[in-house]
Design a protein around this ligand. Sequence first.
Ligand SMILES: [Zn+2]
Ligand SMILES: [Zn+2]
Length: 291
Amino acid sequence: MSEIEITPIAFDSLGVRSMATLIETKDVILFIDPSAALGPRRYGLPPHPIELKALEDSLDKISTMIRDAEIVVITHYHYDHHNPNEPEILKGKKVYLKHPKDHINVSQKIRAARFLKLLKDVGKPSRIEYADGKELRIGNTIIRFSEPVPHGVNDRLGYVIMVTVIYRDEHVLFTSDVEGPPLPIQRDIIIRENPSLLILDGPMTYMLGYRYSRKALDNSLNNLREIVRNTNVEIIIIDHHFMRDLKYKKYIELMITSFPRNITLSSAAEFSGCEPLLLEARRKELYEHSE
Ligand SMILES: [Zn+2]
Ligand SMILES: [Zn+2]
């Protein structure tokens, strides 16, 4: 990968709930989902001070790294993807938002309306557009937004849009919160966009048998195999929900052995040359060590 530069800014493997990513081509700098959050309760425990510090550092890094971006994309209105506390970081940017009223659940519709008001009052982007299904061309770069797809196995949590950035032969696809992908519609869009690099919110295995079924996991593993079989993907950055499970390596192993060919599969931390932090998954341990 050389024509499109990918910089993971904040991710679960980097210590916070986020998929904040900077993507740069010769024509444009794009920031997708500039926010981060923490899991409110895990193992019955609130965030550890180490996580609070990681969140502060991540939000600082986002507000620094977003300065050079001309375009900002918000794929949906969960707080780990948009930050209503700092609308001013979007000042002067062209902001492409998930549609605030169409294909959305009630809670996100309320958050979207509030965020739009904040943008107009405080944020002052140079332009606000609804992204769903749109395509932009900037020089030799194409940015394509998918039609809305369910957030996970159904639309209870609403919908997200996926983002593809194309420069010459390279296609980078950011899935946002698909939790797998468990559904044919999510898989088929990924195959259609034929990414060379895929930034994926992998299966939500830490909720297996609770808020994520065995069937959703099996469907996701099958869909991933189909994606590898039917695209030119070389690198998959698998993170977010997937990197909240201490047993993630077991599933990486399962995926790699099921794939019809060799590809690179790594967390955002490993892609950036760091060890995965998994602070939320290690929360119990963090408290034990600090006693
Ligand atoms: Zn979400
Ligand atoms: Zn998320």
